[in-house]
Design a protein around this ligand. Structure first.
Ligand code: 13P
Length: 612
């Protein structure tokens, strides 16, 4: 068991709730609330008094509940069987006076210097938490000890009150293995940053809030809880994403200064984060579209996009001298649908109108044939891109008559649909106007789909073919997703019956500095976490012109940055089909080779859904 020696001050926080019939607070012209305590012989009454341990005792509790061997330097306190035991512990009293939602604090007039006793057993970690008052003397004593005990690691909270430029603080930061702060630190690149709205570490970010919590004690101890949870998780070898999720769960679940055991938190996160489990819980009252969406997001499977429009397939065939007639188009699609084990790797296939009306070798429609194999059919229902007046930007058409078409597709057996909006990146695009208009249309389409019991896939695509940096992609994809989900909300779209199909976040194809898979994984995970609501049924990626191997490698890195609140998987056209097209060459004698090439891509991409 790893040991952590906490350096900090135990406080006794006394919460006095003042009688709220008389107004004890006054507001000055700057809006600052002052507590009127007029020491003129008048007396104030409180109607409730709660006293709890705060400061270093919170760190002790959190780390102990994470199963670590934690103690506080120079302080004979322990956390045992859910209890903080504080015999003979020196505490500083803080009075927190509250009336309604206003508080004021009374602390000791002299700062309480933090105790440090040279440990007799070398701890694995020393942790200076936010309750520590770090004097130059304390810093020197600790640094001296660390010089002797080289294997002991250091974790440090640098708060607003510590001057990050003071030389003793700089030395501690320099030596520290983990630094946590609620301010921006100039000296350190990778520190755990706790802001009022999010916690960020190593490029991962989670949002936190105590909005629905009126519990004052939790608010005042939130940073202590978050810091100790992250530290505990990292010491236990959790990856940064999981550490952030555990910290958020711990602070959001905490009550009256009492935090949770690691096992409870892990269960909570699993409950929250694996949609499949949620889907099981809701099994009995799921609507048809929610059920279809959950089936499409079956773990370990993706969706094949075989829905190239007439124009796109024409270009593909032409480039390989394959005759572009209905028979060849049918035979081409037939290769994918008849590939052995298709149903092991894909839950659904997106079709183009023509294909949805064609028949398999056994005389059944392709939709029926796929259904027999346990694969759900979807249908592309947008009718392509047209230019806005006086602009080189585009919007997607096809809303006219959509409800009637959807009703027919449902009759034919299709259970989901797809609509693509495309945004090219140039020096003047995508514009807010184009983003707004396309997102409104996507929301109209989604509403029509759900009215027809069809799951909409909303697909805003930032086109890969362009000369732009990954930072611009982060910005634009985020902006587009924010706009899209705002429009879906306005139109009351049931997100549990809706899927997002989106580009991965990477530098444009014509950009000199191409993104590495590690960068793509990190940036994509970050953008999704920040801009996709957790109620959504799932996220699927288009390949967008990435090479076949690039699409798989990048998917693997996205997976490695999980887990996510939604299932995340592939829905490629080119990156799944191109090797098969090359093998087939329009000649059915090559059909088996083509099936083999397709199957290879299916296996590789399904494998990339497993974190490595
Ligand atoms: P790509 O994977 O070839 O980008 O196609 C996916 C798709 O459905 C585009 O709309």
């Amino acid at each position: 068991m790893q040991s952590v020696l906490i350096v900090g001050n135990v406080t006794k926080d006394v919460y006095l709730r003042l009688d709220n019939r008389s107004n004890n607070f006054e507001t000055d012209q700057n809006g600052v609330k002052w507590l009127d305590f007029g020491f003129n012989g008048s007396h104030h009454k409180y109607f409730s008094r709660i006293s709890i341990y705060g400061g270093a005792s919170i760190s002790l509790e959190v780390l102990s509940r994470f199963g670590l061997n934690a103690s506080i330097s120079g302080t004979p306190a322990t956390f045992l069987d859910g209890q903080f035991i504080a015999k003979d512990v020196h505490t500083t009293y803080r009075y927190i006076l509250c009336q309604d939602n206003n508080t004021s604090q009374l602390g000791p007039s002299e700062p309480t210097y933090t105790t440090w006793d040279i440990p007799t057993n070398n701890p694995d970690w020393i942790y200076l938490d936010s309750s520590a008052i770090i004097s130059p003397k304390l810093a020197t004593s600790i640094l001296d000890f660390l010089n002797l005990s080289r294997s002991t690691k250091l974790a440090l909270f640098v708060g607003k009150s510590a001057n990050q430029n003071a030389s003793h603080i700089r030395e501690l930061i320099e030596r520290a293995d983990i630094v946590i702060s609620d301010i921006m630190l100039e000296q350190k690149r990778d520190f755990v940053h706790i802001s009022g709205s999010h916690i960020e570490y190593m490029g991962r970010r989670v949002f936190w809030s105590l909005d629905d919590k009126k519990d004052l004690m939790t608010r005042l101890t939130a940073r202590l809880t978050i810091s100790a949870s992250i530290l505990g998780a990292l010491i236990l070898g959790k990856d940064p994403s999981e550490a952030l999720l555990l910290a958020r769960a711990n602070v959001q679940n905490s009550k009256l200064s009492s935090t949770s055991n690691l096992s409870t938190l892990e269960r909570d996160i699993a409950d929250d984060y694996y949609r499949v489990e949620n889907a099981n819980k809701k099994e009995n009252n799921m609507s048809e579209i929610e059920e279809t969406a959950a089936k499409l997001m079956a773990p370990g499977k993706g969706i094949l996009a075989a829905d190239e429009s007439g124009g796109s397939i024409h270009k593909k065939f032409e480039s390989m001298n394959i005759p572009d007639d209905e028979q060849h188009r049918r035979d081409y699609r037939n290769i994918f649908f008849t590939t052995p084990d298709l149903e092991k790797y894909v839950s659904g296939v997106i079709l183009f109108d023509e294909t949805a009306r064609q028949t398999a070798d056994n005389g059944k429609t392709f939709i029926e044939y796929l259904a027999d194999r346990g694969v759900i059919s979807g249908i592309k229902v947008d009718q392509g891109l047209v230019n806005f007046d006086d602009s080189d930007e585009k919007w997607t058409q096809g809303l006219e008559g959509l409800p009637e078409r959807l009703a027919e597709y449902y009759q034919m057996g299709a259970r989901f649909a797809k609509w693509r909006a495309a945004f090219e990146v140039t020096d003047h695009s995508p514009s807010q106007m184009a983003i707004q208009k396309n997102c409104e249309i996507l929301a109209d389409y989604a509403r029509d789909c759900q009215a027809a019991n069809i799951v909409p896939i909303v697909e805003p695509e930032l086109v890969y073919d362009g000369d732009y940096t990954i930072e611009r992609n982060i910005e634009y994809t985020g902006k587009i997703l924010d706009c899209l989900f705002a429009e879906l909300k306005k139109k009351n779209i049931n997100l549990a019956g809706c899927l997002l199909k989106v580009n991965m976040v990477l530098a444009g194809k014509r950009q000199e500095k191409q993104s590495t898979p590690a960068e793509v994984g990190r940036a994509t995970a970050q953008v999704l976490r920040e801009h996709v609501p957790r109620e959504l049924a799932g996220v699927v990626f288009l390949s967008g012109g990435q090479s076949v191997t690039q699409a798989t490698e990048n998917l693997q890195e996205v997976t490695n940055n999980g887990p996510f609140p939604w299932t995340v998987t592939f829905s490629y056209a080119r990156a799944l089909q191109d090797p098969a097209l090359k093998a087939w060459q329009g000649n059915n004698d090559n059909a088996d080779a083509a099936r083999g090439a397709f199957r290879e891509r299916l296996i590789a991409n399904a494998d990339a859904l497993k974190a490595k």
